[in-house]
Design a protein around this ligand. Structure first.
Ligand code: IVH
Length: 718
């Protein structure tokens, strides 16, 4: 190595140290001028010796603009989200649940951190070199925004320090954010340049990360704190405290307000302390996060519904603002349900202008009884939609209570009422009430199980649950809503089909059912002639549609817009049935066997899959798609219970039966209710009866429900 080359490496090292001092420690040891001089020298050497330059050089933060959109990247370990606590009681319940789950009364240390109001990202370091930066996305798939992440000065392009060797692969999880003062400057500049201002620092951070041109991201004052770890190959950690100490030694920015608490009471004190100093903290936070410190306990606790059982976010109470109600409208949703919405005199709540506020349902409308001219308190927290907390009635000349419409405000079709009912089993002779059920199915089942008895079923309407437009696909709102849901990000994720474009495509009869989207490419020249369409936007749209044709099963199920079938239910269905074909063949009984699905949702799904009006177009759609189920395929070999049949009987005290089922199914098990020779294990809880005997006779391995956590973690020991 010659002298200049040595000098070149030294300058790089120095700049890294100064960056660390400036951006992370906040204690610069040289002046800006000296720093600039050093950078100039670096540039000079690099211009003389371009072959020396590697991507970790501090000069290489701003790379070239990528050609098109970001590509997707599958996180090595899923990025989970956090359950919320809103008061001390929620927090104590969280702690009690943990103790109950662990089944012993041990002391738990909690790692306490501020909850940053920014955008979650994942950084991948391979042998200490930053090789990728990814958005959270849906937790499984994110967007590869490496070139943008590289522009964030506080994120080291190369880890530093020699105390701990760098892992072969490391996923650092954390929050990219913009401080309050940087945000004000950013918006001030935007106003001066007559550009759009950002509603709040979180939107500014998220928007900056998704710029196609890294030069723009580089001009945004993004900062970063690490708050977690994903996959890590080549280094073992004991607890979070150790992780953050090591991260810090590697030059990763860690929040200095983090704290280790040895009791839940101490956690609550931390919450109060941070809440009272919230205004003096230089960046936006919307609460604090508590995490079980010890990793082995975290592992034992696992996760539920994509949130870890070992962590919780304690949110600050939301800000409340007073405004005036101008009117109450009814909006038609994609399922035809009419939702009352209050039109408000525009007001700023927590950094966002609010002029509409949903009242969710008729119950809420009756409870609040808002009328035009009344005052209202509106609350909004973080990304939570605005909520009407209280109505302050107008003193004089108060208008009448709002009436539910008789006709659909969009298509004028009749409104139908949907009642919340209860089904009662009554004695045929005496009319005496025997039992109540919340679904017709359960009542019928009871009747079937008691043959010969003289029972009648009667439906009792308790109240109007919701009102619905009867227009079906003839109602433009329902029809467009269906498409808009189908193409949305968590469903088929087709870009370029905003409301106006969808409206045009529907209006001009380009799309009559979902499959028509996949033949839009045949109408390219006609599309290019439409208003708002250019060659480029048509190209992008067609490409995005093409990309969406390879779709994960759970997304497709969600995209269909079946009533009551949200994201989590769709995932459960996809995991359980594995293929679209099996899902479409499922019966009511099959469906209620799926974790977290009860009779109400089952009957909605059964209605959907037995209706030819749905199935015919769906078959057409399936011909255009390649439905994949990567969770099943790729994971199978790594799943602990891949292909094994497991039965459960008796009462399990440490968790609900659905939770156990969920855990087993996500690890590849087929959970059955009966025992056969094929059953690999029987999990036996309290009061296990005949199934336990049968299992013993058949020689099925038996797991005591007390050991459930150990079994799930390490089945080979059983
Ligand atoms: S931990 C498994 N720690 O909150 C736990 N999250 O709903 C995963 N967030 O998407 C997150 N500050 O963007 C964690 N100190 C903190 C956080 C934090 C902000 C965000 C994060 C995540 C969301 C969780």
């Amino acid at each position: 190595m010659n002298k200049l080359n040595k000098r070149y490496l030294t300058i790089q090292e120095q700049i890294r140290t100064y960056d660390h001092e400036y951006y992370i420690l906040d204690t610069p040891s040289i002046s800006d001028r000296e720093y600039d001089e050093l950078f100039k020298e670096l540039h000079h050497i690099e211009s003389e010796h371009p072959d020396w330059v590697t991507s970790e050089s501090p000069s290489q933060r701003v790379g070239i603009k990528p050609a098109s959109d970001f590509s997707t990247f599958k996180h090595f370990t899923q990025m989970l989200s956090l359950a919320n606590a809103f008061n001390e009681e929620d927090l104590r319940n969280f702690h009690d649940r943990i103790l109950k789950n662990l089944g012993n009364d041990q002391d738990i240390n909690y790692f306490c951190e501020p909850k940053m109001d920014g955008a979650a990202i994942s950084l991948i370091y391979e042998k200490g070199i930053l090789t990728r930066g990814v958005t959270r996305g849906d937790g499984t798939l994110g967007e590869d925004i490496t070139s943008n992440i590289r522009t964030i000065r506080s994120i080291p392009l190369r880890l530093v320090g020699s105390k701990h060797p760098f892992p072969d692969l490391l996923e650092v999880r954390g929050e990219a954010f913009i401080s309050k003062s940087d945000f004000d400057v950013l918006n001030f500049k935007a106003t001066q340049n007559e550009e759009k201002v950002f509603a709040n620092p979180r939107n500014a951070a998220a928007g900056s990360l998704r710029q196609l041109d890294p030069a723009i991201t580089s001009s945004r004052p993004l900062a970063f704190f690490a708050h977690g770890i994903g996959s890590c190959h080549g280094k073992k950690f004991k607890d979070l405290q150790e992780i953050f100490e090591v991260f810090s030694s590697w030059g990763l920015p860690i929040n200095n307000l983090n704290h280790l608490a040895s009791s839940i009471t101490e956690c609550h004190k931390y919450f109060q302390r941070i809440e009272s100093s919230r205004d003096t903290i230089p960046y936006e936070i919307d609460g604090v996060v508590f995490k079980v410190n010890e990793l082995s306990i975290q592992k034992q606790l696992g996760e539920i519904a994509r949130s870890p059982r070992w962590a919780i976010a304690h949110k600050f109470p939301a800000e409340e603002v007073f405004t005036e109600i101008e009117n109450i409208d009814f909006q038609v949703g994609r399922t035809g349900v009419l939702t009352p919405v209050a039109k408000l005199k525009t007001v700023n709540v927590g950094g966002v202008n609010v002029s509409n506020c949903t009242l969710h349902n008729l119950d809420e409308l009756t409870r609040l009884d808002p009328r035009p001219g009344d005052g209202a308190l509106i609350k909004r927290a973080g990304d939570v939609i605005p909520k009407m907390v209280e109505v302050i009635p107008k003193k004089k000349n108060r208008s009448n209570s709002v009436k539910t419409p008789k006709k659909c405000p969009r298509c004028n079709a009749e409104i139908v009422f949907n009642y919340q009912s209860e089904w009662r089993i009554v004695d045929k002779n005496t009319s005496k009430l025997i039992k109540r059920f919340s679904s017709n199915y359960e009542a019928k089942k009871f009747q079937d199980e008691n043959p010969g008895s003289k029972f009648n079923i009667s439906e009792e309407r308790l109240k109007t649950q919701f009102i619905k437009c009867s227009g079906g696909d003839n109602c433009p709102e329902i029809f467009q809503g269906k498409f808009s849901h189908f193409v949305s990000r968590k469903a088929m994720d087709i870009d370029g089909l905003g409301q106006e474009i969808l409206f045009t495509l529907i209006n001009k009869k380009f799309i009559k059912d979902f499959s028509d989207l996949y033949s839009l490419a045949d109408h390219r020249s006609e599309l290019e002639k439409l208003e708002r369409f250019g060659k480029r936007s048509v190209d992008n749209l067609i490409q995005s549609i093409r990309k969406s044709a390879s779709v994960e099963l759970h997304r497709l199920i969600y995209a269909l817009g079946i009533e009551e079938v949200g994201e989590t239910t769709s995932r459960n269905l996809a995991n359980y049935f594995g293929t679209m074909n099996l899902f479409l063949k499922s019966s009511f009984e099959d469906l209620i066997a799926v974790p977290d699905i009860g009779p109400r949702v089952s009957s909605k799904i059964t209605d959907y899959i037995n209706d030819m009006e749905n199935i015919k177009p769906l078959q057409k759609l399936l011909n255009c798609l390649n439905v994949i189920n990567p969770d099943l395929k790729t994971a199978s070999k790594d799943m602990k219970f891949s292909g094994l049949q497991i039965a459960i009987t008796g009462k399990i005290s440490s968790m609900s039966r659905d939770e156990v089922k969920n855990l087993l199914i996500t690890e590849g098990a087929k959970v059955t209710s009966s025992i056969s020779k094929k059953t690999a294990y029987l999990i036996a809880g309290e009061n296990a009866g005949s199934k336990l005997d049968k299992a013993k006779t058949l020689g099925v391995k038996i797991v005591d429900a007390i050991d459930i956590n150990n079994f799930i973690n390490d089945p080979e020991k059983f």
